[in-house]
Design a protein. Structure first.
Length: 276
C-alpha cells in the first residue's frame, strides 16, 4: 500500500514538473542549454560523465573503441552537448567533431575549456539526411560515437538518425553506441535515480522540467533501429552510465545501460550483402 501511494505521489510530481516544457523536442534542448549557459538552470547536468580520468564508464568506452575502430579515421560525437565526453575522445582519435542539434549546446562546448588540437564543434541536426550527407562528403569515412541520444528520440527520428549514421560511416567507419537501459517503465527509471513521491533529486528534477521524456534502449531496440539485414553487430554488452551525483557530495550515479559496436553491411551490385 505504501509503495502504491508513493508511486501515485511521484507520478503527480512528474506531471507537474512536465507542464512547462516547450513542445518541439529541439526547442527543449536549445532552451535547456541556454538556461545552463545563462545560469537559470543551476543543477548539475544529469547525464554528464562523472569527472576525472578515473571514470570507469568512459575508460571502458575508450578501450572498446580503440580495439574495434580504425582510429586513424575522424570520429563524430553525435549529440555532444557541452562536449564533456567529446574532449575525452581526443585521447585516441586525432580528429574529433562534436555535433549537436542545439546551437546553445555548441556555444557551451566551445566555451567550456581551452581549445584542444584536433577538436571542433558545430550545430547540425543529424536526423536530417541532407545535412548528414553534406558532412559525409566533407569528412569522408568516419567513426561515430553516440551516448544517450537514441533513447530520447521518437521511432521515426531514430530511423532517420540510423540512416544518417550509415552515410557518415562510409565503408570503413564504425558506430559505437551507449544508451540507458533501465528495466521497467519511466517511474522505474526515476526511482533508479533516487526519486520518490516525497523528493526528486535536483539534477533529475531539472531534467524532468526541461527535457524530452527518456526511454530505454537495449538489444531489442538496437535490432529494430539497426536491423541485421543492413548492419553487422560486432560487439555488445551491458554497462552503466556513470553520471554526476544526484546529491551534492554524494557518489556518482550509476544508470543501467547497453553498449554496442556496429558497421553497415557492404552492398554488392546494388543489393545489400548478407554477410560482413
Amino acid at each position: 500500500m505504501h509503495r502504491a501511494a508513493d508511486t501515485i505521489r511521484l507520478a503527480a510530481r512528474v506531471a507537474v514538473l512536465s507542464l512547462h516544457r516547450p513542445s518541439p523536442p529541439d526547442r527543449r534542448w536549445d532552451a535547456f542549454w541556454r538556461g545552463v549557459s545563462q545560469g537559470s538552470l543551476r543543477e548539475p547536468i544529469i547525464w554528464d560523465a562523472a569527472p576525472g580520468a578515473g571514470n570507469e564508464e568512459i575508460r571502458h568506452h575508450l578501450q572498446a573503441m580503440a580495439g574495434a575502430m580504425d582510429t586513424s579515421l575522424p570520429v563524430i560525437d553525435l549529440g555532444c552537448g557541452n562536449g564533456t565526453i567529446t574532449r575525452r575522445l581526443t585521447g585516441i582519435f586525432p580528429s574529433v567533431l562534436g555535433v549537436d542539434v542545439s546551437p546553445q549546446a555548441v556555444t557551451a562546448a566551445h566555451s567550456a575549456q581551452p581549445p584542444v588540437p584536433g577538436l571542433s564543434f558545430r550545430s547540425l541536426d543529424a536526423t536530417q539526411p541532407a545535412a548528414a550527407a553534406a558532412l559525409a562528403r566533407e569528412l569522408g569515412d568516419a567513426n561515430v560515437f553516440v551516448r544517450g541520444v537514441l533513447h530520447v528520440l521518437s521511432r521515426r527520428r531514430q530511423a532517420r538518425l540510423a540512416g544518417s549514421i550509415e552515410a557518415l560511416l562510409g565503408t570503413r567507419g564504425r558506430l559505437y553506441l551507449v544508451e540507458t537501459n533501465v528495466p521497467g517503465g519511466a517511474l522505474s527509471y526515476l526511482r533508479e535515480l533516487g526519486a520518490t513521491g516525497k523528493r526528486i533529486p535536483g539534477p533529475l528534477r531539472q531534467a524532468i522540467a526541461a527535457l524530452p521524456k527518456p526511454g530505454h534502449f537495449g538489444p531489442g531496440q538496437r535490432s529494430r533501429v539497426f536491423p541485421p539485414d543492413r548492419w553487422t553487430l560486432i560487439a555488445e554488452g551491458p554497462t552503466v552510465l556513470e553520471t554526476v551525483p544526484m546529491e551534492a557530495g554524494g557518489p556518482p550515479c550509476r544508470i543501467p545501460a547497453y553498449w554496442a559496436v556496429l558497421a553497415p553491411r557492404p552492398q554488392t551490385s546494388g543489393r545489400e550483402s548478407t554477410r560482413w
